[in-house]
Write a new protein. Structure first.
Length: 170
């Protein structure tokens, strides 16, 4: 995790320091998990004539976005200002670090963000292949983020929720 990159995002007012707390982080994390399940259902568990690759793609994107927001809350940040979805990509890149596989996941998340915008705002669509790739990316991203989340849960159960509002954390 590149904490300096997260602090730089806070300095640039893309992130705002908040008190880390269990409520919103947990519900947002669970919402991300449910979004990934929904992505799979929309592609695999409905009749072939009812499949919706575009909605599946968007749900996979939402899974990563919500997991990223949840981890930020665990770390004592929230996304602030405009371009929130671009900031989420930047934050994910910082949280995953600089190794090749995590860097590729962050790049894939950014590509998903652009495709999602095309679907959402320009009436575009996604193919089944694109939806399956998005699900695979979401699954990999959530697996990489899960240890960060689980560590935060362990700390929260001990009463140590991390940085408090206004305090500069390590």
């Amino acid at each position: 995790m590149d904490k300096q990159a997260l602090e730089a995002l806070a300095h640039d007012r893309r992130l705002q320091r908040i008190q880390a707390g269990p409520g919103t982080a947990r519900s947002t994390w669970e919402s991300g998990q449910k979004a990934l399940q929904t992505a799979r259902v929309l592609l695999d568990e409905v009749k072939p004539t009812s499949r919706d690759p575009a909605r599946s793609f968007e749900a996979a994107y939402d899974a990563i976005f919500k997991a990223t927001v949840a981890i930020l809350r665990c770390l004592g940040y929230r996304i602030a200002g405009g371009e929130q979805r671009v900031t989420a990509v930047m934050a994910l890149r910082a949280m995953l670090g600089g190794d090749e596989k995590p860097r590729q996941l962050a790049d894939d998340f950014d590509a998903m963000r652009r495709r999602r915008n095309f679907i959402e705002y320009e009436g575009g669509s996604a193919t089944e292949t694109q939806a399956r790739a998005a699900i695979a990316t979401a699954d990999a991203a959530l697996k990489l983020l899960d240890p960060i989340y689980q560590e935060w849960v362990r700390r929260a159960l001990r009463g140590d929720r991390g940085p408090r509002r206004g305090r500069r954390g390590p």
